[in-house]
Ligand binder design. Sequence first.
Ligand code: ZN
Length: 273
Amino acid sequence: MSEPRVILLGTGSARFSLDRAAPALAVLGNGAAVIVDCGDGVMRQAMLASLEPASITGLLLTRLDAEHTLGYGGLVLGGWSRGRRELRVCGPPGTIAFHRKLLGDLYAADLAFQQSLGMAGSGLTDARLLDLDEAWQGDLGAIRVQALPVKGPFPSLAYRFDLAERSIVVSGDAAYSPALVALARDADLLVQAATVSASPLGPLDSAERIYSQLGGHPVSPERAGKLAHDAAVRHLVLTHLLPGADPADLKARAATEFAGRITIGDDLREIVA
Ligand SMILES: [Zn+2]
């Protein structure tokens, strides 16, 4: 349990498919576990990965769009129903409002009913919530976390975890930037989106153009490779993949920029840092 590692819970995107669940992963180490992003179905994916949801007391969101949050209520309520008694949530500005709208408004009657049956409120109604609009550093249990605002169509964050002399960076949907290079500097593991890749569901050039219009940050495998190279990370993991993405093609394209180890993510794969 203590060896620093990542479990990829969902390596897909907003384009749903049976091959890849929506974006989510777990970071484990120092006897603790946190979840980064809560794509649809994250609760079930965590249990399939043999993670006990009640033991997950830290949730981090990279952005608040549906792609990354549809499973949030399921994980928060599911972990609570299984006995979680504390919870810390961090995310971009709007995270507190999102949590309170969902649990303090939309599901308020349901939660009041469950508490009337004897469910304790701790681990839910006393969740500690944090909106991060600037670089931040803190501890989630035994895991040291740095958060960095990054460019995107929505307020977005990338995270670095330092634990047991290993470092893991999860960049979310963020594309290459000097600040992201600095965050990822010398990391053992960089988990990076490579959403813009060849897919039978749509031509690559249209995806590149859409991303460009959204803020000039296409997340191609080549750019992921350049980020890994410039930050001198040891191991690059590509995730957030479109249906039909060809792993061999992704790897070859990332390798044009990065000579280190490259792994193309699969759901439920565990990767030691
Ligand atoms: Zn995304």
